[in-house]
Design a protein around this ligand. Structure first.
Ligand SMILES: Nc1nc2c(ncn2[C@@H]2O[C@H](COP(=O)(O)OP(=O)(O)OP(=O)(O)O)[C@@H](O)[C@H]2O)c(=O)[nH]1
Length: 462
């Protein structure tokens, strides 16, 4: 092939003939490298390159041929004094011999191999493409003036194509950059992102999902219904599926999915509809934040010493029960007897332990739905829903008995706690919390006044 081409470039008619045959081969489907390779094959050149300035005016070089040539060699050659001397005055120039010496260093094979060469300026009509086109040959060619004109025609034909190809490649590069940016965002953002197709297969699962849930995408797709891994309850799964929102991003909703290790997470989920019709789920793992909030809320409503509700929390509970009062219930107000003496005789720490001991026994005897709160130093309030006076009195007696049977132990001594209590039974529809508390207080006062160690029912409130 090259032998044929050598003959071509040494003969004007054959050179033009080769050019005519070459043109249809240079289609817009070719890449720039493929195009340069085709030119080399058709004209017998050992090296072809194009150097085009990019957006920032920096040369971008594409080479093809038997002689290896790097971008920096092209750039140095174009910047050399040889090239710059009469830069404005030529459009195409050629070298009959030793062009390899102007492009390569002495160690490079091309230094001695490359002999003739043609360089042509390249600029598109719209000015979007500025640069050079070069063809180098391993022979000293005598038909170079003809070849120079062939190259000029070639460049004339190709320059708009080069411009288009370069801009296409530039667009592809920009697209690639956008893809890379989105991929990086998808992979690295500390946000959960995933997508499931219509057959419930997971098709997107970012690194954050793997980190938070503990499953890889492959592991999830081994399950016939991957969503069941996170939401074992079919009813919850149904609600999750129903929540998929095909309108633009709305609020985020809280869900409690299960992690691979069985722990429960708290995730805020929302979803967006992508242009291809698929749904992208976006989530934030708020498990730790939620735990901290719950702990704070618990602390705000709990009595540090006894672990029961604190004053404001138990009064709020009472308020809530009164507001929705649809059934009867009982309120018991307890007060430890002679508690000052306990503190004085046994010390404050024992006094604290006595409060805990009393509360623990009371909790043991109370039904699970009961609410117990500490309203003052050694004063407690117990709310018993759907409980009448008799049941409340029975509970009070049991408490007295258990405090006797299982006294508090202080070293080798035992301390039997005594208490007084007031009981109020509240009928359905009663709403007045403050009069209820006054009645309970009054009954408790009566118990104290009549000798302590007693429980008194506030009859008039029934
Ligand atoms: N150890 C301890 N003592 C407390 C705490 N809160 C209040 N007290 C004490 O409880 C005592 C209550 O005394 P009083 O109101 O006279 O009641 P009491 O001695 O039980 O007398 P009666 O109720 O009339 O039987 C006071 O000495 C308070 O200092 C607490 O958290 N820990």
């Amino acid at each position: 092939m090259k032998e044929t081409c050598r003959e071509i470039v040494n003969d004007s008619m054959q050179a033009l003939h080769a050019l005519a045959k070459l043109m249809p081969l240079l289609t817009s489907q070719c890449s720039l490298t493929e195009m340069l390779e085709t030119i080399n094959r058709s004209l017998g050149s050992a090296l072809a390159w194009v150097s085009v300035d990019d957006d920032r005016g920096l040369p971008r070089v594409v080479c093809a041929g038997d002689v290896t040539c790097h971008s920096f060699e092209v750039t140095d050659f174009l910047a050399s004094t040889l090239m710059q001397r009469h830069h404005r005055s030529w459009r195409a120039i050629y070298w009959k011999e030793n062009i390899g010496r102007s492009i390569f260093t002495a160690q490079h094979p091309g230094y001695s191999q490359l002999q003739s060469g043609v360089l042509c300026k390249l600029s598109s009509r719209d000015g979007s493409c500025n640069g050079y086109f070069f063809l180098g040959f391993s022979q000293r060619l005598c038909a170079l003036p003809t070849l120079k004109n062939v190259v000029v025609v070639l460049v004339e034909k190709l320059k708009d194509y080069f411009a288009e190809m370069i801009s296409r490649e530039r667009t592809a590069k920009e697209m690639q950059l956008v893809v890379t940016q989105y991929k990086t965002l998808f992979e690295r953002a500390p946000v959960l992102m995933n997508s499931f197709d219509r057959r419930n297969r997971c098709v997107l699962w970012n690194v954050e999902c793997e980190k938070v849930f503990g499953w890889s995408m492959a592991e999830i797709n081994l399950h016939p219904d991957p969503l069941a891994l996170f939401y074992p309850d079919p009813e919850v799964r149904r609600r999750v599926r129903d929540s998929v929102n095909v309108s633009p991003l709305k609020d985020m909703y809280e869900w409690r999915p299960i992690r691979k290790d069985g722990t429960q997470l708290t995730i805020l989920w929302s979803n967006i509809l992508l242009p291809d019709g698929s749904i992208l789920n976006i989530g934030l793992d708020i498990t730790e934040r939620k735990k901290a909030e719950e702990q704070l809320a618990l602390k705000a409503t709990t009595d540090d010493l006894t672990g029961c509700f604190n004053r404001s929390a138990i009064l709020q509970q009472l308020q809530a029960v009164m507001e929705r009062n649809q059934s009867y219930f009982c309120v018991l107000m307890f007060d430890l007897d002679y508690f000052k003496q306990i503190n004085d005789e046994w010390g404050h720490q024992v006094g604290d332990a006595a409060l805990v001991h009393f509360c623990d026994r009371l909790r043991e005897l109370s039904p699970t739905h009961a609410a117990l709160g500490r309203v003052g130093g050694e004063e407690f309030l117990l709310l018993l829903s759907e409980t009448d006076c008799d049941a409340a009195m029975a509970l009070s007696s049991n408490l007295r008995a258990i405090l006797l049977e299982r006294p508090m132990l202080v070293g080798d001594k035992s301390l039997i706690l005594s208490f007084s209590a007031g009981v109020v039974e509240v009928g359905c529809g009663h709403r007045d919390t403050s009069s209820l508390l006054t009645r309970a207080d009054k009954a408790l006062y009566d118990a104290k006044r009549s000798g302590r160690g007693k429980t008194v029912i506030a009859i008039d409130y029934l």
